[in-house]
Design a protein around this ligand. Sequence first.
Ligand SMILES: [Ca+2]
Length: 132
Amino acid sequence: MKSGARKPRRPLWTLALLLLAAPGCEDLPVVPNVPPVASFIYSPVSPINAGQSPVVFNGTASRDSDGTVATYIWNFGDGSAEERGSNPTVSHVFPVVGQCIDVTYTALLTVVDDDGGQGSASQTVKVTNLCR
Ligand SMILES: [Ca+2]
């Protein structure tokens, strides 16, 4: 009967742990996630020539007061695919869409924090299509 009597030990031990842990779990306050704040700069600001000038967008100034910024999502407003990643800096060349015209795009940065919260910031970017 010794081996038979040992078997219930593990379930009882587990139950005791659950009883000890349960009150603490109920007392934990629900802390809402504070969403991150997006911020970026880009360089050069002018001149930016379509099809030629690599523009460096830098979102390093983005912050999350209660966590970290996990993902940077860039939309350059020119029809190109969004770029997303954990690196706060990207380089982008705006497409040629004509001749002798300036086009103003709205570049949008969305940052996602480690809890899935989001924040966005946008800036206009003036791009020159050269005369050929
Ligand atoms: Ca947060």
